[in-house]
Design a protein around this ligand. Structure first.
Ligand code: 9MR
Length: 403
């Protein structure tokens, strides 16, 4: 909200104070009653995220069997109008050996979404992680040839994207194929795919197969840290080459696994400007904003111990940390709305802070391997989403719907 503009227009100090107090109350607490904000949003507890963003873009969430079968399910239906299978369509889980496909979970997600008129993003058709190991071995256990590997990739994509043709509206066709290092000449990740194909041909091939399998599906290249300057440039080079080679690609998935101060608004805008200058759409495909800090960073409000070492790198979900998270979410969604003509989906990676993939990373809830009797136990929860551990809307939720 632009307080200075309002202030100029307000004919009396009292009116200004009233408006300011109303606006503040939307950010500070969960509204109990239907009220009209002084800007454009109608705050209404019966509405879900998807309703506030109806004129902007679909709002999605990553789902699993646990979330479809438990109490998350009602929240998913109320708040979201897009889902992405968190794991159940990845190559390893869905196609564990040459003639075996595990359709059960994937079908269930598709049926759930279809019956609730929820869009489905497919995730993903080609990745170096959760891969189908059998694909890399030849018929006699020898390393597979490039030709056979691409033939297998084609069969996989035709079978999976073909099965859900017309039901999955967008696919992450290739996931995380760009290298993370600082060497700007090293564009591609040295994955099995890259090594066996002796280059990045598999990326182009995957897009062509996906387009053949389902010509109406929107096809995305999906990666993380897409706002970091070095990686951003590498991704840009990859995309530019795909476009020059007339590869059927519709857009870029920016995963948006973010931190309290990362990305900066400037880096986020730059990433969006670069990608959209190529004529591509953007989907924020795996959004969460962790409160966890790199090990050497003091938690907000804590002082370094003698010698500079931090006794507790993370102090938990303190009010100060929460305020930073609210600000980061608000910044992101303010920018998303400004780029509404280019952004075609914003999806969260998991439903609520009760269970995030981040909680199980690097040691999980019980502390890392270094946590011992004399070492204070680390708080490992990430609290990265818009719903708390009781699946209630957080203040960060209200900061993104109050616009
Ligand atoms: O959330 C997923 C987690 O359950 C899996 O164990 C993990 C395996 O690598 O993958 C997670 O999802 C990843 C996504 O598929 C691609 N981008 C990074 C996500 C978080 O690791």
């Amino acid at each position: 909200m632009d307080f200075s503009t309002v202030a100029k227009k307000a004919s009396s100090g009292l009116l200004f104070l009233t408006i300011a107090l109303m606006a503040l109350s939307f950010v500070q607490c969960t509204p109990k009653h239907q009220v009209t904000s002084s800007t454009t949003t109608l705050i209404n507890p019966d509405k879900g995220l998807k309703d506030y963003y109806r004129d902007y873009f679909p709002i999605g969430v990553a789902v699993s069997m646990a979330s479809l079968h438990g109490p998350d399910s009602a929240l998913i239906v109320k708040e979201f109008n897009s889902v992405t299978p968190e794991n159940d369509m990845k190559m390893g889980p869905i196609h564990p050996s040459e003639n075996v496909y595990n359709w059960k979970n994937a079908d269930e997600i598709v049926d759930f979404a279809t019956s609730h008129h929820i869009k489905i993003r497919g995730h993903n058709l080609c990745w170096h992680n959760q891969e189908a190991a059998w694909m890399f071995k030849g018929p006699n256990g020898e390393p597979v040839t490039k030709e056979l590997l691409l033939q297998r990739l084609k069969n996989h994509i035709f079978t999976v994207a073909g099965r859900y043709k017309g039901k999955i509206y967008a696919w992450d066709v290739v996931n995380e194929a760009v290298d993370d290092g600082d060497d700007t000449t090293q564009i591609y990740r040295k994955s099995n795919w890259y090594k066996i194909c002796n280059g990045p041909d598999f990326i182009e091939a995957a897009f062509r197969y996906a387009h053949e399998a389902d010509p109406d599906a929107k096809l995305y290249y999906n990666d993380y840290n897409s706002e970091h300057p070095v990686k951003r440039e590498k991704i840009y080079k990859l995309l530019k080459k795909l476009i020059e080679d007339h590869v059927p690609i519709d857009g870029v998935g920016m995963q948006a696994h973010w931190k309290l101060n990362d990305p900066s608004p400037n880096d986020l805008r730059k990433a969006l400007d670069e990608v959209t200058s190529l004529g591509l759409k953007v989907q924020f495909t795996e959004m969460d904003i962790t409160i966890r800090l790199p090990k050497s960073t003091p938690a907000p409000g804590t002082a370094p111990a003698a010698g500079g070492a931090m006794p507790t790198p993370e102090a938990g979900y303190t009010p100060e940390v929460e305020a930073k998270q609210i600000a980061q979410y608000k910044m992101a969604f303010d920018i998303f709305r400004q780029y509404r003509h280019f952004i075609t989906n914003v999806t969260f990676w998991n439903v609520s802070d009760r269970s995030s993939w981040l909680d199980w990373r690097g040691g999980g809830l019980t502390g890392g391997a270094a946590a011992g009797v004399n070492t204070p136990r680390e708080v490992r929860k990430a609290y990265p989403l818009l719903f708390d551990e009781n699946r209630q809307r957080k203040k960060a939720y209200w900061s993104v719907v109050n616009f």
